[in-house]
Design a protein around this ligand. Structure first.
Ligand SMILES: Cc1cc2nc3c(=O)[nH]c(=O)nc-3n(C[C@H](O)[C@H](O)[C@H](O)COP(=O)(O)OP(=O)(O)OC[C@H]3O[C@@H](n4cnc5c(N)ncnc54)[C@H](O)[C@@H]3O)c2cc1C
Length: 345
């Protein structure tokens, strides 16, 4: 993992800072936890705003299993790893720092005597790095909880899919199965019908569609198979069939699933940041206002950790917006301090 040297972090000795860091710790204007589209985009905006920024990234971007990124204008088909590499390069170009590590703990900053400073956060990473952040951006993304079908995880991101806008074009006109593994299964089957006429909904023993849904599925020519799914058949590194517990075999070229979107909220929870369940039951995420501010002052969130359905371009756009909001918040605090000091002259 790469670690560039900080260009201009605030050392306790050379820059007065209200959060009084521990000796040896570096203080950054902003620490961004998570270096996917959201975190990197925020870090570029903050670097360009002449803020000292550290991105700590564990390198588990959600779309890494996919061959290429789709629906990102001018970057069509770029490998997800290459997108991250280029994004990191842009962060470095504007004086930011990228640390390949996982943040394990975060807490409000305290003085050497243990009293709260009232501003800032202390972070500890799994490589032993300790840093202090005046403001914190959580861009930790989410983990896709996949249905527990043997062989399915290995195909995730290639021919086991969830997102028509990410993969639909690539599987157009193919024989596509939809595994009922989430609350949106019928919707997914009807949606993927836009990309192919050959859609089968595998209920995997779940409740049958309502009468209204059954009519919609029939009207669009979507087959419904009720039985329990036992596994997948793969030939020449390509999905070949869905196998049922009763021995039936249904040939498919792609399988759509509905993972539970499990936002990485561990750090948010350590700080008491509010989270909420998605209204459609897709998963839990960090709650923010429209600027990306969480329920805890000084802590922002962007990307999938606070918006479960954000795609790459949306996550990057939110990162930019939240980066600007953090800069505005820092600017307001600095302005208050400047006016106070001016008045006391
Ligand atoms: C298979 C698949 C294919 C996809 N294809 C597309 C596509 O073609 N087009 C598209 O627009 N979208 C696609 N997406 C969606 C896309 O992956 C997300 O929109 C995007 O990754 C969200 O960006 P993010 O920055 O919020 O999170 P991520 O990109 O997931 O980045 C979060 C980062 O935070 C890190 N992290 C988490 N916790 C910590 C911690 N404690 N310390 C340090 N680092 C931490 C993670 O390791 C990770 O690197 C796809 C998703 C999947 C699952």
């Amino acid at each position: 993992m790469d670690q560039s040297h900080p260009h201009h972090p605030h050392h306790p000795a050379d820059q007065p800072d209200p959060s009084s860091p521990q000796p040896g710790d570096l203080t950054y204007d902003v620490v961004v936890v998570g270096g996917g589209a959201a975190g990197l985009s925020a870090a570029v905006a903050l670097g360009r705003a002449r803020r000292t920024v550290l991105v700590v990234d564990a390198g588990q971007q959600r779309n890494l299993p996919a061959a290429g990124v789709r629906n990102v204008l001018t970057r069509d088909g770029l490998s997800p790893a290459e997108l991250v590499r280029l994004g990191r390069e842009e962060v470095l170009r504007y004086g930011g720092t990228v640390l390949g590590a996982s943040v394990e703990s975060v807490a409000p900053s305290v003085t050497a005597s243990g009293t709260a400073t009232g501003e800032g956060f202390d972070l500890v990473a799994d490589d032993g790095t300790r840093v202090r952040a005046r403001r914190l951006l959580l861009a930790t993304g989410l983990a896709d909880e996949l249905p527990d079908v043997p062989g399915l995880r290995e195909r995730w991101g290639t021919d086991v899919l969830h997102c028509p806008y990410c993969h639909g074009w690539e599987v157009r006109d193919q024989v596509i199965g939809v595994l009922a593994s989430g609350p949106m299964a019928v919707h997914q089957a009807l949606l993927f019908r836009q990309w192919s006429q050959h859609i089968t909904l595998f209920l995997d023993g779940r409740a049958a569609p309502t009468a209204e849904e059954a009519e919609q599925l029939a009207a669009r020519g979507v087959a419904v198979v009720p039985g329990a799914v036992a596994g997948l058949e793969v030939h020449d590194d390509a999905l070949a069939a869905v196998l049922l517990a009763d021995g039936a075999r249904h040939a498919v070229q792609a399988l759509v699933v509905g993972p539970r979107f499990s936002a990485r909220t561990e750090l948010a929870r350590m700080l008491g940041v509010a989270t909420a369940e998605h209204p459609l039951g897709l998963g839990t995420s960090v709650t923010t206002d429209e600027t990306g501010l969480t329920s805890v002052p000084g802590v922002w969130a962007a990307g999938n950790v606070s918006d479960l359905t954000a795609q790459v371009a949306v996550a990057a756009a939110r990162g930019l917006m939240v980066g600007a909001a953090i800069n505005a918040d820092l600017m307001a605090a600095e302005l208050r301090a400047a006016v106070d000091s001016y008045r006391s002259r």
